[in-house]
Design a protein around this ligand. Structure first.
Ligand SMILES: NC(=O)c1ccc[n+]([C@@H]2O[C@H](COP(=O)([O-])OP(=O)(O)OC[C@H]3O[C@@H](n4cnc5c(N)ncnc54)[C@H](OP(=O)(O)O)[C@@H]3O)[C@@H](O)[C@H]2O)c1
Length: 344
């Protein structure tokens, strides 16, 4: 049964309308499927025609409605046009998920200014464009949720990903500033960030790399469906921030308490942890400026090493109930102890 949203006009109800950027592959593709399976109307933004067509089929097969729109999120006018088309065809947008990204795996000294610009324009400004397009529609209606797909690397940068880590930090700064503005304006539009651990997605098969060996997510690795399940939950129980995976929690806490130690730890292990043992063609095609042909789907090449479940994410989702259960037990324990006492 799909999630139904009450609209302003006389309580009429419609399936929720969700926009997902970077919906053609990886985490975005898994999120689109998750919402499709819940009967949502899913607007799919990305560049690849093949990937978007695959995502459309997935969403419709699972019971949702799909609207693929070829969009480069680095272009604000394209994002605005996509938002307009989304509302024209599906009605008011209830939820906007910013997720699209590109990266370059390279020491900073070997990066070009153009590469920094491109990664920033897609991975950071793409989020700004999406957020503004959503706000222009949600603020006047005083309802809606904007969900940013973040990363543990928004707190703790790692070597070889300076452009991407910079963009993830920038998203954090932008979102926190905007959140205060929404609170100041007493807006009911909600803004939430989901911080991710390493995920098995096509990213590692198509990012531009200058390293000798095949890129990989830094273990432990999770399947994108683990992320999609939590994203669906957070979208309907928006928190300021929601972190998935113990490894992401550790990275964030480590950066808070022992950042200098982490600098040295990552200098020692960060290069090796981001590459497999297999060599990679230095000329392999990459998706920095244009999408690759074909449909890559949600999962990447690390199925055999990726977890299907995160206990931490489950505990995080249920922390309210768990806290209540803990408090109830603590409150009741004196009665239990008393009733078991030989003097009672
Ligand atoms: N995988 C991980 O280990 C990991 C870890 C932490 C956080 N994350 C976060 O998860 C999110 C998704 O990452 P992922 O691993 O799923 O990446 P991915 O597999 O590389 O997928 C990236 C998606 O973004 C789209 N995209 C790229 N450039 C675009 C552009 N200019 N305009 C519109 N769409 C564009 C791609 O589609 P087209 O090529 O069709 O445009 C694709 O759908 C990102 O925000 C990332 O920071 C991932």
């Amino acid at each position: 049964m799909g999630r139904i949203v009450r609209t302003h006009d006389q309580g009429m109800r419609k399936p929720e309308v969700v926009v997902v950027t970077g919906a053609s592959a990886g985490v975005g593709r898994a999120i689109a499927r998750e919402f499709g399976a819940h009967g949502a109307s899913v607007v799919l933004l990305a560049r690849s025609r093949d990937g978007l067509e695959g995502a459309r089929q997935d969403v419709e097969r699972l019971g949702g409605r799909a609207l693929p729109i070829q969009t480069d999120v680095s272009e604000d006018l394209q994002v605005e046009a996509a938002a307009e088309q989304a509302e024209r065809e599906f009605g008011p947008i209830d939820l906007w998920i910013n997720n699209a990204m590109v990266s370059v795996l390279s020491p900073a000294l070997r990066m070009t200014a153009a590469e920094y610009r491109r990664v920033t324009e897609v991975t950071y400004l793409g989020y700004v464009h999406g957020t503004l397009a959503a706000l222009r529609r949600m603020v006047p209606r005083d309802q809606g949720v904007i969900l940013q797909i973040g990363s543990a690397l928004a707190y703790r940068s790692i070597p070889l990903q300076s452009a991407y880590c910079g963009a993830k930090h920038a998203i954090q700064g932008f979102t926190e500033s905007l959140r205060s503005e929404l609170i100041h304006d007493r807006s009911r539009v909600r803004l939430t960030i989901v911080q991710l651990p390493a995920v098995n997605t096509p990213q590692f098969s198509w990012i531009k790399t200058r390293m000798p060996r095949h890129p990989q997510p830094v273990p432990p690795i999770f399947q994108p469906e683990v992320i999609a399940r939590s994203v669906y939950w957070v979208a309907h129980h928006p928190r300021r921030e929601f972190t998935i995976g113990l490894s992401a929690v550790q990275a964030i806490l480590g950066d808070k308490f022992v950042p200098g130690l982490l600098d040295y730890y990552l200098a020692a292990v960060g290069y090796g942890a981001q590459q497999t043992h297999e060599s990679v063609d230095p000329e392999r095609p990459n998706n920095l400026y244009d999408p690759l042909p074909g449909d890559y789907g949600a999962r990447g090449a690390f199925d055999d090493r990726a977890a299907e479940y995160s206990v931490q994410a489950w505990l995080n989702r249920h922390r309210g109930w768990l806290a209540l259960a803990g408090l109830s037990l603590a409150a009741l324990s004196p009665f239990f102890l008393k009733s078991r006492s030989p003097h009672s």
